[in-house]
Design a protein around this ligand. Structure first.
Ligand code: E4P
Length: 213
């Protein structure tokens, strides 16, 4: 499983990129609006920092508007992936983007049929939202496992992005259940690194080393 960062913050993106683990970035309108900057300018900055896929979401609700917006976003850099909501209009737009060789990430996926439809329309990625399903008492991880088994069984190459990740266990379980990618908020990336025994071990090694000096 690869790691994407779920963020529109250039500082967070740079800091994770330095770790050598960053395969891509996902943004959404909420993340971009928190930054208070021009979306296109920030997308230019992110795409020049990161060589992997950078998802940028359209806000139109009709296919025509999505296609227009998506073409503008895709023109910003070759690694832009157009993020499209899982609706009938969204599927039409995904088909059009696929014909134009523009990569797409179908977002707001909450069941396996939505994922299968998106894949068949030509989506490069589908994003099932784990945390938001967990929030309403459903098991988001079951959805990852089901989509993964359907895609494997039918030879579908669309990649599954585990999204709406809230804690480190989501990351482990997404990898174990077949997600190709987890898109992770900065806070959770920092949590993944930490283990109290690692910190204690470093402290003890240093203390022992200093006794000899
Ligand atoms: C990523 O593609 C999604 O937009 C994001 O993971 C949603 O996360 P949230 O449910 O925490 O807003």
């Amino acid at each position: 499983m690869k790691f994407f960062l779920d963020s529109a913050s250039i500082d967070e993106i740079r800091s994770v990129n330095e770790l050598g683990i960053l395969a891509g970035v996902t943004t959404n309108p909420s993340l971009v609006s928190k930054e208070g900057v021009s979306f296109h300018d920030r997308l230019k900055e992110i795409t020049s920092e990161v060589s992997g896929s950078v998802s940028a979401e359209v806000i139109s609700e009709d296919a025509e508007g999505m296609i227009k917006e998506g073409k503008e976003l895709a023109a910003i850099a070759p690694n832009v992936t157009v993020k499209v909501p899982m609706t009938l209009e969204g599927l039409k737009a995904v088909k059009a983007f696929s014909d134009l060789n523009i990569k797409t990430n179908v977002t707001l996926v909450f069941n396996a049929n939505q994922a299968l439809l998106a894949a068949r329309a030509g989506a490069s990625y589908v994003s099932p939202f784990l945390g938001r399903l967990d929030d309403i008492g459903h098991d988001g991880m079951d959805l990852i496992a089901t989509i993964s088994s359907i895609f494997d069984r039918h030879g579908i190459s669309t990649e599954i992005i585990a999204a709406s990740i809230r804690h480190p266990l989501h990351v482990t379980d997404a990898a174990a259940n077949g997600a190709h990618i987890a898109t992770i908020p900065y806070k959770v990336v920092a949590q993944l690194v930490k283990h109290p025994l690692t910190d204690q071990g470093i402290e003890k090694f240093l203390a022992d080393w200093n006794k000899q000096q």
